[in-house]
Write a protein that binds this ligand. Structure first.
Ligand SMILES: *Cc1c(COP(=O)(O)O)cnc(C)c1O
Length: 362
């Protein structure tokens, strides 16, 4: 039997989550954000699954967009950081890629470059994230430069929220107010909302939303209400490969992080940080074994970790399925126990993990 570590991806769940994001976005359209290999789920498979419903796709760079064009994806594809160098402009131009423009360098490069037909530019405003974009007071000038260029036919106004996942933070409202003031009187569509802002309905008026993490069924917001409305798309599983009885006072794993307070059945499962299971997962992080809730014991090592099998008494558990996250153990919970976020867990899966796709009928 081959090593069991497998990420099972339910493409239909991603489709349902996209349609849900779209329904919350209405009347705006929704750009399915599938950067970083669709947050670890496989960009090609996810794009194919959404090909007949997605309004557009969003990726981080040209290489990611090219992967989608190469398999015949027809929708517009938004490059979230635009182009990095002018030699990318020809491909952008010929392949209907939408291009974020966030810096003076890009404006000047675009101005210098001859294009066979004009492109759609997404002009980015920095309303407080302080990562990319023109400050509100510089925005009008950037917009004027762009709108005069024959290389550009359409300009969409965009910004990104820094704290939309914090339900009580005033920041989202402040960013939105700055944005609306800076674009007042300018023609063009608006795009502001990521998953958090879509789920909390934080934005009153826009034409394009940008759902990412919610497509994969994890909530960006630390609040159970939001996870209940999403369908987890990834079930990360493996198996128990060894079992032993640990007596009171004995310890388990590196640095003896867990010590038995009483005689305990302990299982070893074939998953570790080299698969992308977080090394920082605390003692007690939940796992789901053969239909029962259990927990990890001691430190996660590279290829293996240990789990509590007490709930099975002295039963032989070798070969039992272990769910690391999925329908029964939310990725958000594992993330919380590991001082990280579900985004990083998904993106962190390594190539050693088998991927299996299926379209569960929901
Ligand atoms: C990644 C990204 C998104 C999607 O964010 P989620 O929190 O995953 O919904 C939206 N907009 C921009 C600019 C991004 O970089």
């Amino acid at each position: 039997m081959a090593r069991a570590a497998t990420a099972i991806i339910t493409l239909n769940a991603i489709k349902q989550n996209y349609l849900y994001a779209k329904s919350l976005s209405k009347p705006a359209k929704a750009i399915a954000i599938i950067k970083a290999n669709a947050y670890g789920h496989g960009a090609i498979e996810v794009a194919k699954a959404l090909a007949d419903v997605a309004d557009a796709f969003g990726v981080a760079c040209l290489e990611e967009a090219k992967e989608l064009r190469d398999i015949g994806i027809k929708q517009p594809i938004l490059l979230l950081e635009g182009f990095f160098s002018t030699d990318e402009l020809e491909y952008i131009n010929e392949n209907n890629l939408w291009c974020v423009i966030h810096s003076q360098f890009q404006l000047e490069a675009l101005q210098r470059t001859k294009l066979t037909k004009p492109i759609t530019a997404w002009l980015k405003m920095d309303t407080g994230m302080h990562r990319l974009g023109f400050l509100p007071e510089k925005y009008l000038d950037a917009w004027q430069q762009l709108s005069k260029m024959s290389q550009v036919e359409n300009i969409v106004h965009m910004s990104h929220f820094s704290s939309a996942d914090e339900l009580n933070s005033p920041t989202t409202k402040q960013q939105q107010a700055l944005f609306l003031e800076a674009i007042s009187g300018l023609p063009g569509d608006i795009s502001l909302a990521n998953s958090s802002a879509i789920l909390t309905k934080a934005v009153a008026r826009q034409q394009w939303t940008r759902p990412g993490i919610m497509l994969y069924g994890a909530s960006p917001i630390d609040n159970e209400t939001f996870t209940q409305t999403l369908i987890p798309a990834m079930t990360f599983i493996t198996k128990v490969i060894s079992q032993r009885t640990i007596t009171e006072g004995e310890s388990v794993g590196y640095n003896a992080l867990w010590k038995a307070k009483k005689t305990t059945q302990v299982g070893t499962v074939s998953i570790g940080y080299a698969d992308g299971y977080p090394r920082h997962a605390a003692n007690g992080t939940p796992v789901y074994i053969n239909g029962k809730k259990s927990q990890i014991l001691g430190r996660v090592s590279m290829d293996m970790m240990m789990v509590d099998l007490s709930m099975f008494d002295k039963q032989n558990c070798i070969g039992f399925d272990v769910e690391l996250w999925g329908d029964n153990i939310l990725a958000n919970n594992v993330a919380k126990c590991s001082e990280t976020i579900a985004y990083a867990l998904f993106c962190g899966l390594t190539r050693r993990v088998n991927k299996r796709y299926f379209d569960k009928v929901l």
